[in-house]
Design a protein around this ligand. Structure first.
Ligand SMILES: NC(=O)C1=CN([C@@H]2O[C@H](COP(=O)(O)OP(=O)(O)OC[C@H]3O[C@@H](n4cnc5c(N)ncnc54)[C@H](OP(=O)(O)O)[C@@H]3O)[C@@H](O)[C@H]2O)C=CC1
Ligand SMILES: N[C@@H](CC=O)C(=O)O
Length: 440
């Protein structure tokens, strides 16, 4: 049995999971790889912290210099953040260590530089855990979809926000309560703003885009919106129209070597869409390519075990996989995605109750300004407030103030979201005029 010495940087949710998995699955790993992975040292920030695993005390250090002194072949970075993780990784690579990381922010912002350094030094840099938790998406794209021209990738890439939206939608729970629960379960980032404001999903989208389009997408260029303004009422009304709201990350290339659009937004998906039923902490990646046509990968996107699984799988594959040829990524032409003729979900809450006739009249007024209402639903609540939701074609941002003012009543709350069109709606568009559904 070959012994491979490993250093672990970080013993939080993921680091603890890695330690536990190397212990619990040691026999399986040894049988299949012929190796015993021996954690020689563990870097933490606070030596005095109470740990879930108490028998590692003798391995802990808070000095990276101690780690460099050890005879380790592989460094696993599960600390998070940019610095000092980036410097530590560079120093470990310089020393000739292979690197495994779960750090999406670092790989999104400095992945090109780190991969180049790893190539120069002849070591591998694996980062399966950085996207999609336990889903082997990076390996699939790097090793099993090499010959496809992939033109679009869409995904639910953040477990915390998917958990929050699912619990709000299906169990009518409060945003803050569910976020706290997601933190307790180890899904959320150290600073959950990264999750709920869509940064985490944007980092993951940048990593995936680099893999599929060979393009370096600066995270700051990704059009991004989080879920903090998504309300329970909006989720209910989207449901009445046959849609669900997901934090959707999308990257699409328009023609070979053409411009690329990248976005992270709460968006409506028809219930028939492969990503619509991906709930709770599950993530999914939907890949569209010229030969594969479409492929959906689904699995748990965050948390101790799934993420540790991705890290340990990297560990087991490290010596087996050929290193991927890393080309210098191109600087792509980025564009925001066309709005013209687009269909938007528009959610409106008014103080004054509305009736069907008023909505039909509103629909005609919108038509005069070039907005076609494909579908609508209206609910008047016991409080007398009206909730109106539209699927409106041609609702471009420049027209939004006009579109809202045409309703002619005071609007208390409104939201506009992109919509992924499904077959059902295409039929409604082509065959029928708008279908109104009311529920009073
Ligand atoms: N949690 C998840 O579900 C997933 C997380 N990831 C990524 O994995 C990484 C780790 O996440 P997670 O385990 O949740 O994070 P935690 O906050 O739970 O753990 C971070 C660990 O790193 C240590 N650490 C942090 N900063 C330093 C520092 N400057 N010097 C030494 N040690 C440091 C902490 O030490 P101490 O214990 O002393 O505080 C802690 O042990 C992040 O990049 C995250 O984005 C990726 C996929 C899923
Ligand atoms: N905070 C992240 C953890 C995994 O990447 C998430 O919720 O998806």
């Amino acid at each position: 049995m070959e012994q491979v010495n490993v250093a672990l940087l970080g013993l939080g949710t993921v680091g603890t999971g890695v330690w536990k998995m190397l212990e619990s699955n040691q026999d399986v790993i040894a049988r299949r790889t012929g190796r015993f992975f021996n954690i020689q040292t563990i870097l933490v920030k606070d030596l005095g912290k109470k740990r879930e695993i108490n028998r590692v005390g003798h391995l802990l250090t808070d000095q990276f210099a101690d780690v460099l002194q050890k005879d380790v072949q592989i460094v696993i970075e599960v600390m998070g953040g940019i610095e000092p993780a980036r410097t530590y990784m560079r120093q470990a690579i310089e020393k000739g260590c292979h690197i495994i990381t779960a750090n999406k922010e670092l790989m999104a912002k400095h992945g090109v530089e780190l991969e180049q350094l790893a190539n120069e030094k002849g070591v591998q840099l694996l980062y399966e855990a950085s996207v999609g938790g336990g889903i082997p998406v990076i390996g699939t794209l790097q090793h099993f979809l090499k010959a496809n021209r992939i033109y679009k990738i869409s995904g639910i890439l953040n477990g915390t926000t998917n958990y929050i939206l699912t619990q709000m939608n299906l169990y009518h729970r409060d945003f803050d309560d569910v976020l706290q629960e997601a933190q307790a379960k180890g899904y959320a980032e150290a600073d959950p703003t990264s999750d709920v404001e869509g940064y985490d999903a944007a980092y993951k989208l940048a990593i995936l885009s680099r893999l599929v389009f060979g393009a370096h997408i600066p995270v700051s260029e990704i059009s991004r919106k989080g879920i903090t303004d998504v309300t329970a009422a909006e989720l209910k009304m989207a449901g009445s129209l046959g849609y669900t709201v997901k934090l959707l990350a999308q990257a699409e290339q328009y023609g070979e070597n053409g411009p690329i659009s990248c976005s992270v937004n709460p968006a409506l998906l028809p219930l028939s869409h492969p990503l619509a039923s991906v709930n709770d902490v599950y993530n999914a990646i939907y890949v569209e390519g010229d030969q594969i046509q479409d492929l959906t990968l689904v699995g748990q996107g965050a948390g101790e075990k799934p993420t540790a699984s991705a890290v340990v799988e990297d560990l087991c594959n490290l010596h087996r996989l050929p290193s991927t040829r890393s080309l210098s990524p191109i600087q792509p032409l980025l564009f925001a995605g066309g709005e013209e003729g687009c269909t938007r979900f528009v959610f409106i809450r008014t103080r004054k109750p509305l009736n069907d006739q008023e909505v039909e009249a509103y629909k005609l007024r919108l038509q005069r300004v070039g907005i076609e209402v494909l579908k609508w639903t209206l609910t008047v609540e016991e409080t007398g407030e009206a909730l109106l939701a539209l699927l409106a074609k041609g609702w471009e941002s420049a027209l939004e103030p006009v579109g809202l003012s045409e309703l002619g009543v005071e609007i208390q709350e409104s939201a506009t979201r992109p919509v992924v069109l499904g077959n059902a709606l295409t039929q409604v568009e082509n065959v029928h005029p708008a279908v109104g559904a009311t529920s009073k």
